[in-house]
Design a protein around this ligand. Structure first.
Ligand code: EBR
Length: 386
């Protein structure tokens, strides 16, 4: 093939993909990246942070980006990486927990983790043979803190290594009571990891008027026991894929991740993935500098405004939300969500479903406009009629 033939052929494949701007992608936590990231991706397309000594500028950018994210997560001295996504970030956190536990001489690693945790934790459990304890959920679909407290007290001999809290759970956008959990973790010297893959770029920029009264939105390093946070720029951070983030409280956690890497410019490597692009790092840096706090606040406010609009519209058509929205995620009650989801797909609408409750799930990402919401609610009503 010559270059034109290659590009023409690729274009045909690309045309089979859905486009965010058509507003039909309603179940994704990703969105159209900020336009500046196209130029940045080109500039950094050959960079490899797997061997940082060769790409010193890109490595410096990574350090700066981790510092910038640390700043809005209330940590002046963070350590971390921009990696492939939330899955790698969560697996990295679990690797740290497991290695700390092994260093203490424990044979097993026991972690308290919500029912609502993302399935990346299941991959970690399987890979590292971890023991999970899953507390019941409250009426707000968050972890029952009283259960955790009692469990810790009743199992003094079977020490808990870590607790995972979620700030913006995949299905409903709920936030665990991380403040109360952090207190328990601190009192009992337990590691606390927070999965804010989605919520990390939402909660710090959420205006008070969108906050629910019965909620505690604190989730970051200002809480003493929080040792690590997953926060993904390629979700609400508007960076292109791959840009996940793992931040630790400080560099002291690095030693639990380091393996010897004799043939690299650095003698140790801490990330799970070896060869890794600098595109996510540079794009996150660029998008964050360009948008600034104000930019993210505006984006989050617009998404929340459209979230409430969707709820209003859905109610007009007789659909009921499972909970008041905590973040820009809406779950609509449905007796047979899988069937409704498939029927919607047949007419070009892509929502997803919840596992913890019978519901359709819609993420109101920046690419979704009010007109899309109007059209979607009508499509949903027509599907339910047939
Ligand atoms: C949803 C990712 C998603 C993206 C789903 C696009 C559908 C799409 N969630 O079309 C949490 C709280 C998540 C999450 C992913 C991950 C994993 C971790 N934690 O590895 O970047 O909601 O996919 O993130 P990933």
């Amino acid at each position: 093939m010559n270059e034109k033939e290659v590009l023409d052929a690729l274009k045909k494949y690309r045309e089979m993909d859905l486009k965010y701007e058509d507003g039909r992608i309603l179940g994704s936590m990703c969105t159209k990246p900020h336009p500046i990231s196209k130029k940045i991706s080109e500039m950094f397309f050959e960079t490899n942070l797997g061997d940082p000594g060769l790409f010193k500028g890109t490595k410096k950018l990574e350090d700066e980006v981790i510092q910038m994210m640390g700043n809005f997560l209330n940590n002046n001295n963070p350590f971390g990486y921009i990696i492939s996504g939330g899955t790698e970030a969560n697996i990295t956190a679990m690797r740290t927990i497991k290695n700390i536990s092994r260093k203490k001489g424990n044979k097993t690693t026991t972690v308290i983790i919500p029912e609502t945790a993302h399935f990346s934790f299941e991959k970690a459990r399987e890979m590292m043979d971890l023991q999970y304890i899953k507390p019941p959920l409250t009426d707000y679909y968050t972890m029952d803190v009283k259960y955790i407290k009692d469990y810790i007290e009743d199992n003094k001999n079977n020490k808990i290594d870590a607790i995972v809290g979620i700030a913006g759970c995949t299905e409903l956008g709920t936030i665990d009571n991380i403040k109360a959990i952090s207190k328990l973790a601190e009192e009992n010297s337990i590691y606390l990891h927070v999965d804010a893959a989605f919520g990390g770029f939402v909660i710090p920029f959420l205006e008070d008027k969108y906050k629910l009264n019965n909620y505690n939105y604190e989730f970051d390093f200002s809480l003493n026991a929080v040792s690590s946070i997953t926060i993904d720029p390629h979700k609400m951070g508007l960076a292109p894929i791959p840009a996940g983030g793992i931040l630790f409280r400080d560099i002291s956690f690095k030693k639990y991740l380091d393996v010897e890497a004799p043939y690299l410019t650095d003698i140790h490597q801490a990330t799970l993935i070896g060869t890794r692009t600098g595109i996510g790092v540079a794009s996150t840096w660029g998008v964050m500098k360009l948008l600034g706090e104000e930019g993210y606040k505006n984006i989050v406010s617009e998404c929340m405004d459209k979230t409430y609009y969707l709820i209003k519209k859905a109610k007009e058509y007789g659909f009921k939300p499972v909970i008041d929205p905590v973040l820009n995620i809406v779950a609509l009650e449905d007796e047979n969500p899988s069937e409704t989801c498939l029927k919607l797909r047949e007419i070009g609408w892509y929502v997803s479903i919840c596992k913890c409750v019978g519901a359709l799930r819609i993420i109101v990402m920046p690419h979704i406009e009010k007109e899309h919401i109007d059209e979607f609610v009508e499509a949903l009503a027509s599907v339910k009629k047939n």
